[in-house]
Each structure stands twice: as C-alpha cells, then as structure tokens.
Design a protein around this ligand. Sequence first.
Ligand code: PSU
Ligand code: MN
Length: 302
Amino acid sequence: MINHVIRFGPAVEAARSTGAPIVALESTIISHGLPRPANLTVAKEIEATVRQAGAVPATIGMIAGEIVVGLDEAEIAHLADSDDVVKLSVRDLAPAAAARADGATTVAATSAIAARAGISVFATGGLGGVHRGAGTTFDESADLTALSRLPIAIVCAGVKSILDVGATLERLETLGVSVVGYGTRRFPGFYLTDAGYDLDWSAGDPAAVAEIIRAARGHEVHTGALIVANPLPSAEQLDPALHDRVLAEGLAGLERDGITGKDVTPYLLSHFHTATEGKSLDVNVRIILRNADLAARIAAAL
Ligand code: PSU
Ligand code: MN
C-alpha cells in the first residue's frame, strides 16, 4: 500500500516553509514536446533560468505513481529519456498513480497540482486549446477547463499556433480565464509574435502582473486562471511563410496518418521540429526560457 500524497523535492519544501518564490514547470513539454536529446538540456536550462531570476523551480511529474513537485535531476532525466512515460492530464492522475506509472503532466495537470500545492505562478511554452476542426472532432484541450477553475498565473506565448486561435480565445472568454498581454495588446502566436487578435488588457512589468494577482486574491470573486501572454520579439519568431507551409503539411499528415486525441499535439510539434530542420525547436526553446524568466520575476514580485 502507498499513501497517495504529493511529494515535494527538498528545495521546494524549503521554499514553501520560508515563503520564497516558486515557479511551477510542466513535464509534458520535456517528454512529448521536445525531441531527444535537446529535451533534457532544455529542461535543465529552464530550471537554471528560474533560479537566476530569483525563484525556486518546481518541475512537476509522476514517478512510480507518486506525484512529485520538484523533480530531481535523475527523475527529470528519466522522464526525458524513457519510452514509457505517459502524458497525464488531470483525469489521468489517479489511474496512473494506482498503476504506479511514470508520467509527464500537461498544463492542465501541472496547474491543478501546483494550485493544490499553493504555487501561484507557472511557466510553459504555449497552452493547449481548441484544435482546428473541433466543430466535428470536439478536440479541445483540457488545459482550458483546468484553467477555468484554478487560481494560477500562467506565463506562456499564447496558445500553440497549430490550434484554432480565434476559437480558443472565444472559449477562454466563455470559461472566464483572464488574459493579459505582457507589454502588448495583441495575442501572441507561440512560434509567431502576433496571432492576429486584440487583447483588452496588458501589463508592462512583473510588478504590474503581481498587482493583478493580488487584486484577484483580494476580491475572491474571480477564481480562474490568469494567462500572461508573453510574445517573442518579432526578430526571433519563426518565419511566418515557413510556419504556414509546415503547418499545412502537418495538418495534412494528421489526416493521412490517422492521428487523433492526445497524440495530435506531440505529432504536430515533432513535425515542425523535423520539417524546419530544428528552426522551430530553437524558437520553442527561446519561448520557454523567456517565459521561465518572466514567471520567476513575477513570483519574486508577489
Ligand atoms: N507547450 C509547448 N509544448 C508542449 C505543450 C505545451 O511548448 O508540448 C504540451 C502541454 O503540456 C499542453 C499539451 O498541456 O501540450 C496540450 O496537449 P493537448 O492538446 O493534447 O491537450
Ligand atoms: Mn486533445
């Protein structure tokens, strides 16, 4: 018999007792979002970036059925290298724990665990959302419903550009998720600086984001998430023409190879990394590191 409780890594445990700033990090990006061996290097760089910016990184995942907040180096390396790592959304956590599985948590599962652990800030690359064709497939990421009910600030470069961005923004409005542009009133497009949609709100520095978080806490009225949408500078984005061509090929590939459900996102990301000869990988890494840095500065400003 095991006790199904959350285990905290030593550095996260210490930060929790002293009230030091903590940034939650997801593990699906490591296991399913980035190719080996870059994934492990990047996972370490993300943590180093958070530390440099003055916060304690808490990479979240599941090891042998145990939810861990603050995976150690060996555990992160295992999730990066093993072929038996399951992609875990919120609904998978209990069955995977009972099966003693090793798993990587998505944005949905990571935010749910982080919020449960009292962590207020989370950094990722791009959120999941409404997939193209969702009108018939109903494929909409559980990231959206998780964010609708969790009090967490999530720093991202918008939603992944493989999605139906307009539909995703509509769903975020319906679900009551706050969206604030970081230094912009345009919604970022993950690999691209601008996804083509206006935002109602923006914040110019970490202190301004912290003030929004304090307002939500003070009111206790809006209990959903805050998306801090942090765009890449346009000089660093993926070439938009290359992006559109590779995306069209990837979407055709989904149909040809019969890819559905939770395999869609990893398939498209991996297609991008191969078809752009690593250009999208470099951009993806830049996105994550910039978001990790901003998340740490927001956590420190709180
Ligand atoms: N952002 C990235 N790379 C990723 C993901 C996000 O830059 O791999 C992952 C996140 O874990 C997100 C998941 O929660 O993709 C969404 O998957 P789905 O569309 O199946 O819900
Ligand atoms: Mn899906």
